[in-house]
Design a protein around this ligand. Sequence first.
Ligand code: 8X3
Length: 254
Amino acid sequence: MNVKDQRVAVVTGASSGIGAASARGLAEAGYSVVLTARRADRIEAIAQELADAGHSAAAYPLDVTDRAAVNAFAASLPRCDVLVANAGAAFGADPVETGDPADWLAMYQVNVLGTLHTTQALLPALVASGAGTVVVMSSTAGHQAYEGGGGYVAAKHGTHAIAATLRLELNGRPVRIIEMAPGMVKTDEFTVNRMRGDEGKAASVYAGVAEPLTAEDVADAVVWAVTRPAHVNVDLMVLRPLAQAAQHKVHREL
Ligand code: 8X3
């Protein structure tokens, strides 16, 4: 296939976890993948790994909270068929009573405005593709509150609101909005970052849980949803490990 004819998938937050796994999955599904994240060395290594395996992949260092940088990135792309708006993070697990407003602001910036910036900037290309897809990575935290969820729950409700609103507003135009809402996923960085580097606290989140979801489990769902025929819109997928019946109902073998 001529590379210029290949459909292009942009993945934000592609340096690790769900983003990196989604980029790998979409490359294997035949997309030319553009990996973006702040850490250039990480995305360049993954792009190289994909290129070595015979896939089309490129790395573009990007902070999704920087609107001017996102606009410049969008202008550099010859086409865009899929956006996986995955970049996101949690900072802290404090109660609302004592949560740090600076953490709340940082979470709003990456989870809500990051999704807004990339979606707005790439929407013209997605519409022009004739069959565009946006995967919005929300969370079960975007649908259900829990103690200590605080600013992350608030921010992911905002991420969910973007997906739900955009789907209505784009009705009649050729862009699908797919919301992925994973529950307990064990990745290298997410919970360690949330617990400010405290590996012990991060490990306790998964204590006794036989099989938390992996980044690859979520990526598998992303690739499945993206590769449905263009008229099929997977509005929302809620993914949890078998051991997590609900946010508060987790089976632990301790
Ligand atoms: C992460 C899921 O349960 O930690 O998005 O909020 S949870």
